[in-house]
Design a protein around this ligand. Structure first.
Ligand code: ADP
Length: 166
């Protein structure tokens, strides 16, 4: 069975992440979404809130499981008995960081490969931080986030977003 881990902060999970998951499911039999603690990123959602939101959003997608982890990513990948890390690539600005991380992971765990999926054109500029900025200014989030995530972000940031005219 080809099993891969898709790690990330998912603060919160966006349509861009879901697009990567759906692409990866064409190549892998099973995907474990690894929600990383990432305290240094000062996430707006706690680890368990992020994990719960991801679980809610992927509940109807088969062959996907959600777990949170702290510590080294490669240790988590080994623990899950997977041998591939999935990451998404949007613009060139992602490349430097992703390249550095993939090479470092390869150095400490040579048997684990990292595979990158190119973001869909419509989500190329979509990031969790952009979404939080749009949300804090009351912008419409329907194109970027799944419904349960919109509600959670609004609640967390205690703001009302504008409804799109019908
Ligand atoms: P991290 O803090 O580990 O970068 P993120 O949740 O920000 O966690 O991102 C997890 C992965 O998803 C990264 O590889 C990132 O490049 C990818 N990703 C984020 N947004 C998108 C998107 N809109 N399209 C494709 N990939 C994305």
């Amino acid at each position: 069975m080809k099993k891969a881990v898709f790690p990330g902060s998912f603060d919160p999970i966006t349509n861009g992440h879901i697009d990567v998951i759906n692409r990866a499911l064409k190549l892998f039999d099973y995907i474990v979404i690894g929600v990383a603690r990432r305290k240094e990123k000062n996430p707006i959602f706690s680890l368990s809130e992020r994990e719960k939101l991801v679980k809610k959003v992927v509940a109807n997608i088969e062959r996907v499981e959600v777990k949170s982890f702290s510590g080294l990513l490669v240790d988590f990948v080994k623990q899950e008995k997977a041998c591939t890390i999935i990451r998404g690539l949007r613009t060139i600005s992602d490349f430097d960081y992703e390249f550095q991380m993939a090479l470092t992971n390869r150095r400490i765990a040579p048997d684990i490969e990292t595979i990158f999926f190119l973001a869909s054109m419509r989500y190329t500029y979509l990031s969790a931080s952009l979404v939080k900025e749009i949300a804090s200014m009351g912008g419409n989030l329907e194109d970027f986030l799944p419904e349960p995530v919109i509600t959670a972000v609004q609640k967390k940031l205690k703001i009302k977003t504008h409804q799109r005219p019908k």
